[in-house]
Design a protein around this ligand. Structure first.
Ligand code: JHZ
Length: 417
C-alpha cells in the first residue's frame, strides 16, 4: 500500500482531499466460507482533487497483484453488457473500415466478450488479461489471450506474433492503472501510425451528476473528465479526435485517440464536452465538495429506509453482487443483519460471501425458496434487466429499493424503460 504523493497525470504534489468513505476491503475480494473468520485487509478509500490537471484520484494505491490476479468479474454475465460490446465491435469495424487484415487488441480483455464481436467480421484479435482464471475462459471461448498485464513483454509478444495493431481498445481499465505513463508508451509501440486507440472510462461528470459514488473502490484509482484526458494525451503527443457518451456503469465516455497529426479530423463532440465540463466547474474544488456532501445524505436516506423496513421485520435480499456493492454496503454499514442474501447470476460468485459485510451470494433459485419482501438492486446499472427478470416476484408484491442517485422504492417495471 503506497500513499500517492503526487498526481499520477501531472505530478502536482498539492492534492486536496474532499471525500472519505472510510476503510474498505477490496471490492472483488469475495470470501469462501472457511475464510470468513480470518480477517480481511482493509484500505482507506478517499478521494483527492488535483487543481492542475483536474484529475480526481484515490489517495492510496493497493498492489494490483492483490486485486487482479484471480478475478471473479466476467463481462458476459449481463445481456446488456454482451450487447454493448458486440455493438461496439460492430461500430468500430464499420466506422474505421476494418477487414480480415486488421488486428484488434483488447487490454484487460476479460472473458473475450468484446473481441468475439470483432471475430464475427473475421478481424484478427488478441486479448491481454492479467487474471489467469478469466484468461482461461477467454481461451476456451476461442479468443487468443496473453495472460499478463499490458507491459512491454506483452507488447513484444503481440508484435512478434501478429504485427502492430490497427485498433487498440481499453474498456474499464484506464481508471485501474497506476503507472499510466508507461502504459501509454506501450500503446504507442503497439499501435500502427494510422491506428486508433479507443478507451471507455466511467465519466466523472456522470459520477457526480448521478451520484454513482459506489463506483469508488480500490480498483478505480482515477476518475476522469475529458479535460484531464486531453491534458494527458497531449503530454504523450497523442490527440483525442472524438468522444461519445455511453450508458455503461452509470455513464461512461468512449474516447477515440490517434497519434498526433494523424488522419482523423477532430469531431465537434470533443469541444462540446469540454465546454460543458468548464461550465459546470469540473476544474473547481466546489463541485467535488458538493458531491461529497450529497454522498453522506444518500447514506442517511438509505439507512433510514432499511431501518424502517427491518423494524417491520421484513426480509430484504440484494440483486447483483457487483464490485460497487462492496462500497455501498461497507460505507453504509449494511450487513447480514439487514440483507439475508444477495442473488448473482455469475457462477464464479455464487457460494461466496461479500467482502467486509459477509452476506452470502446465492443463485436466483433462492428467490423462489425464500421470497423476500424487498429486493435491493445493487447492480442498479442493470435495473431494467433485473426488474424484467424478477417480474414474477413484483407481481406477488415484492418491492424494489433502487439506491442511487437517491434511494427510492418502486413496485416493479419502471415507466421510463
Ligand atoms: P457490473 C466491474 O464492476 C468490475 P462491477 C471492474 N472493476 C470495473 O472496473 C467495472 O466493472 C467497470 C450481476 N448481474 O457489471 C453480475 C446478475 O447477477 O455492474 C455482476 O456480478 N444478473 C472491471 O462489478 C453484477 O450484477 C443480471 O441479470 O460493479 C454487475 O456488475 C445482471 C444484469 C447482473 O460491474
Amino acid at each position: 500500500m503506497l500513499l500517492t504523493m503526487k498526481c499520477r497525470i501531472c505530478s502536482n504534489k498539492n492534492l486536496e482531499k474532499f471525500l472519505s468513505l472510510g476503510e474498505s476491503p477490496l471490492a472483488n475480494n469475495f470470501l469462501k466460507k472457511e475464510d470468513l473468520e480470518k480477517g480481511e485487509p482493509k484500505f482507506p478509500l478517499e478521494l483527492v482533487f488535483c487543481s492542475t490537471c483536474n484529475l480526481v484520484q484515490l489517495s492510496y494505491v493497493v498492489d494490483p497483484e492483490l486485486m487482479f490476479k484471480n478475478y471473479v468479474y466476467v463481462s458476459s454475465t449481463s445481456n446488456t453488457f454482451r450487447h454493448h460490446f458486440t455493438k461496439m465491435a460492430e461500430d468500430i469495424t464499420k466506422d474505421f473500415h476494418l477487414d480480415e487484415k486488421s488486428l484488434a487488441v483488447d487490454i484487460g480483455s476479460n472473458d473475450g466478450t468484446l473481441l468475439k464481436g470483432f471475430q464475427k467480421f473475421n478481424i484478427k484479435v488478441m486479448g491481454v488479461e492479467p487474471a489467469t482464471n478469466v484468461a482461461r475462459i477467454a481461451e476456451e471461448n476461442g479468443v487468443e489471450t496473453i495472460n499478463n498485464f499490458f507491459n512491454k513483454e506483452s507488447v513484444d509478444k503481440i508484435i512478434d506474433k501478429k504485427g502492430k495493431a490497427d485498433v487498440l481498445i481499453a474498456c474499464n481499465v484506464f481508471a485501474h492503472i497506476d503507472n499510466i505513463d508507461s502504459v501509454i508508451e506501450n500503446v504507442k509501440l503497439l499501435l500502427k501510425d494510422s491506428g486508433i486507440f479507443v478507451i471507455e472510462v466511467q465519466y466523472l461528470v456522470n459520477t457526480i451528476e448521478y451520484m454513482t459514488f459506489d463506483n469508488i473502490y480500490h480498483e478505480h484509482l482515477s476518475y476522469y473528465s475529458l479535460t484531464t484526458l486531453k491534458y494527458f494525451f497531449e503530454k504523450h503527443d497523442m490527440e483525442i479526435f472524438n468522444s461519445i457518451k455511453v450508458k455503461t456503469h452509470g455513464g461512461s465516455l468512449r474516447v477515440f485517440i490517434q497519434k498526433k497529426n494523424n488522419e482523423h479530423k477532430i469531431n465537434e463532440n470533443v469541444n462540446k464536452i469540454l465546454d460543458y465540463e468548464k461550465k459546470i466547474g469540473i476544474n473547481n474544488m466546489g463541485i467535488h465538495k458538493g458531491f461529497a456532501e450529497k454522498v453522506y445524505s444518500v447514506k442517511e436516506k438509505l439507512n433510514s429506509y432499511i431501518k424502517n423496513i427491518k423494524k417491520e421485520k421484513r426480509i430484504i435480499a440484494g440483486y447483483g453482487a457487483p464490485a460497487k456493492s462492496s462500497t455501498l454496503l461497507n460505507f453504509c454499514s449494511i450487513g447480514k443483519k439487514e440483507i439475508d442474501y444477495i442473488v448473482d447470476d455469475n457462477p464464479l460468485k455464487i457460494g461466496l460471501y461479500t467482502p467486509g459485510t459477509h452476506i452470502p451470494v446465492v443463485s436466483s433459485e433462492e428467490l423462489e425458496k425464500n421470497t423476500p419482501d424487498y429486493i435491493l438492486i445493487l447492480a442498479w446499472n442493470f435495473t431494467h434487466e433485473i426488474l424484467e427478470k424478477t417480474k414474477k416476484y413484483a407481481d406477488k408484491g415484492v418491492k424494489f429499493i433502487i439506491p442511487l442517485p437517491e434511494p427510492r422504492i418502486v413496485e416493479g417495471i419502471l415507466n421510463d424503460q
